[in-house]
Design a protein around this ligand. Structure first.
Ligand code: PLP
Length: 386
């Protein structure tokens, strides 16, 4: 059996190297390393795939979030509501821009930001909500948009883990995550569902004016050469990364289907165990489904009950199976983001999840033998530890 990895990028690469290698070679020959035609080509292809008017490539997913917030003109002191249970980048950029992060609890079933908690956290200073499509499952966008509209707030989707996922409105119309709010960010970090071979990211929006503003911000605040109208940043996707992404984009739906298939197999083996809750979200659909929860399984995350999680991690590792704990500490308890305003009782779900979640290997290259070994090793530990 092939060694099980948390993410297996080598095997994926070996299947597409006939396309990737010549495309990278072409960049080397042309020497158009920055802002070359490949970046524009990929941008257009991603716009078509997502059904969004503007994709603005940038250097990474963290920059993408920061630039989205700069583009919206958020000012120091503005409050921005986001989830307590996510990767730190989301809250980091809020704090960096001297905006006030307001962390709120998540839903125990979807692990996504809880709409009731958002409503409770809104004040006259609130300017934006940042839902994260955590682990590849769309947040409850319709409810979030309703709250945002009622309070005149921006919605910035952190789509770093959700690229390719669908969201279906109550009326049946479907969209990709990342084109629902005012603006969205994504990451092309190698292990993301659409990853390059270095750092990369992008901002999406349907708003022409905002897209124009953001195109200047990513390029030192320049709208005309050497005229700097606003304070910007330097954040670019380089041509080599664009070449990799353009080679992988046609495979994204197939990659996400493979992930859903793996999740379905994990679910079948684990879902009936009383101490395990498998992820919510559909695994059957082929790309576009008729209910909103078309999960793209950036992570496959179990919620354990009454099980020694650290013991399970050690048991898996001892059997050559990697696993992850995303995320082990709530953001409101991280030194950098702790704040006296927070009350522990407002974070009951996150406080519980950080102790009980475990993510199993998830990527496009897992075979049935590996999946079977992973699930039987999990079940062996749980059944023997009682
Ligand atoms: C990966 C990730 C980011 C940051 O992306 P980088 O490209 O690593 O900067 C932001 N938010 C979430 C939820 C992520 O998973």
């Amino acid at each position: 059996m092939k060694k099980i990895q948390m993410v297996d990028l080598q095997s994926q690469y070996s299947k597409i190297k006939d396309v990737v290698n010549p495309s990278i070679q072409e960049i080397l020959e042309s020497a158009a390393f920055i802002n070359g035609p490949k970046v524009h080509e990929f941008q257009k292809n991603l716009e078509d795939y997502l059904g969004v008017k503007h994709v603005i490539p940038c250097a990474n997913g963290t920059d993408a979030l920061q630039i989205a917030m700069m583009g919206l003109g958020l000012k120091p002191g503005d409050e921005v509501i986001t989830a307590d249970f996510t990767f730190a980048a989301t809250v980091e950029v809020i704090a960096l821009l001297q905006l006030t992060p307001v962390l709120v609890d998540v839903d125990p079933v979807t692990f996504n930001i809880d709409t009731e908690a958002i409503k409770k956290a809104i004040t006259h200073k609130t300017k934006a909500i940042v839902p994260v499509h955590l682990f590849g499952l769309a947040a409850n966008m319709e409810e979030i948009l309703e709250v945002a509209k009622a309070h005149n707030l921006y919605v910035i989707e952190d789509n770093a883990q959700g690229i390719g996922a669908n969201y279906t409105y109550k009326d049946g119309s479907k969209v990709k995550t990342g084109v629902i709010g005012d603006v969205a960010s994504t990451s092309f970090f190698p292990s993301k569902n659409l990853g390059c071979y270095g750092d990369g990211g992008a901002i999406f929006t349907n708003d022409d004016d905002l897209a124009h503003t953001i195109r200047g911000i990513v390029n030192h605040g320049m709208y005309k050469r050497y005229h700097h109208d606003v304070v910007g940043v330097n954040s670019r996707l380089d041509s080599i990364q664009a070449a990799v992404l353009d080679a992988k984009l046609p495979h994204l739906d197939e990659y996400n289907r493979t992930r859903r298939n793996t999740a379905r197999k994990y679910n079948e083996a684990l879902k009936n165990h009383p101490n395990i809750t498998v992820p919510s979200g559909k695994t059957e659909c082929e790309g576009i489904c008729s209910s909103c929860d078309c999960h793209v399984f950036h992570q496959y995350t179990l919620n354990l009950k009454g099980i020694d999680r650290d013991g399970l991690v050690a048991h898996l590792n001892n059997n050559g199976i990697p696993c992850g704990v995303y995320y082990p500490i709530p953001l409101h308890l991280q030194k950098a983001y702790a704040d006296e305003r927070y009350n522990e009782e407002d974070f009951a779900v996150t406080n519980d999840l950080v102790k009980n979640v475990i993510s199993l290997p998830m990527h496009t290259e897992l075979d049935d033998e590996q999946i079977e070994l992973i699930t039987t090793t999990v079940l062996n530990f749980i059944n023997n530890s009682k």
